[in-house]
Design a protein around this ligand. Structure first.
Ligand code: BT5
Length: 235
């Protein structure tokens, strides 16, 4: 049950580091401030104290499931909750593989880290940051619920809703795989063709496959399906 074990701290380096092998599946860690918030591939996630919703969830999926799909699940649950909170139906999209976008701005990011037989799924949602409090140097323009709605939002209520939605999405996936979520994902994953570079090779994103991978047509003529990705990290 996601969130049954809930650890809330004022400050930590990263909530990703607060969960370990002794924790039960579904354990959640939440921090008001992270001094070393992590993004993917060594990048960082930054938010001033008291503004963002930052949580990690420990999951132990059954072996037949592809853990690289988990960030998509996190993105789906977050997109639905963000959209409901904003009251803007159909406004939140998932920018493959792990960004939640509203009005072309990144309002949330998801990070999957595999370790010790488990996956730690991290979610950061920009809730009450003002425009000035969002990172200036971000590659994808950032936004927060506040910059979009013009008002502050209750992070505690959002957390509760998000944990409930994550539970539903995770249970569906655990029993039925990504197929069980394909309709919901299909409505949200932005498969619009976009230019990208992967390991230094330029290409174009063609479409999201049913297993969650992105089909990429490289400029050199090769076409490959790319996994959304859970990073392998050591604590
Ligand atoms: C992500 O990585 O977007 C994953 C973020 C996951 C954060 C959560 S918070 C709880 C848990 N504990 C952690 O330590 N992490 C997780 P990526 O796609 O690599 O995006 C990182 C990039 O987004 C950075 O290089 C910045 O350009 C930009 N960025 C940093 N902070 C941001 C923010 N608050 N809002 C929007 N963009 C941001």
């Amino acid at each position: 049950m996601i969130g049954e074990r809930l650890l809330e701290v004022d400050e930590c380096e990263s909530t990703q580091l607060l969960l370990g092998p002794d924790d039960p599946e579904g354990a959640v860690a939440v921090a008001d401030y992270q001094s070393g918030g992590r993004g993917r591939l060594g990048r960082s996630w930054v938010a001033p104290p008291g503004t963002a919703l930052q949580l990690s969830i420990l999951l132990r999926p059954p072996p037949e499931r592809n853990i690289a799909q988990l960030p998509l699940l996190g993105g789906l649950a977050t997109a639905e909750v963000v959209e409901e909170e904003l009251g803007l139906w159909g406004s939140a999209q998932i920018k493959w593989p792990n960004d939640v976008m509203v009005n072309r701005r990144k309002v949330a990011g998801v990070l999957g880290e595999a370790r010790e037989g488990a996956v730690v799924l991290g979610i950061g949602v920009n809730v009450n940051q003002t425009r000035q409090q969002l990172p200036e140097d971000a590659v994808t323009a950032p936004g927060s619920l506040r910059t979009i709605s013009g008002r502050e939002h209750d992070r505690t209520a959002l957390l509760k809703t998000l944990l409930g939605r994550l539970e539903e999405v995770y249970e569906k996936w655990r029993s039925g795989g990504l197929e069980a979520l394909y309709g919901e994902l299909g409505a949200r994953v932005r498969s619009r063709v976009r230019r990208l570079t992967l390991d230094g090779r330029a290409g174009t994103g063609v479409m999201i496959l049913r297993d969650g991978r992105l089909q990429v047509a490289f400029d050199d003529g090769e076409t490959t399906a790319v996994e959304s990705g859970v990073l392998l990290v050591e604590r």
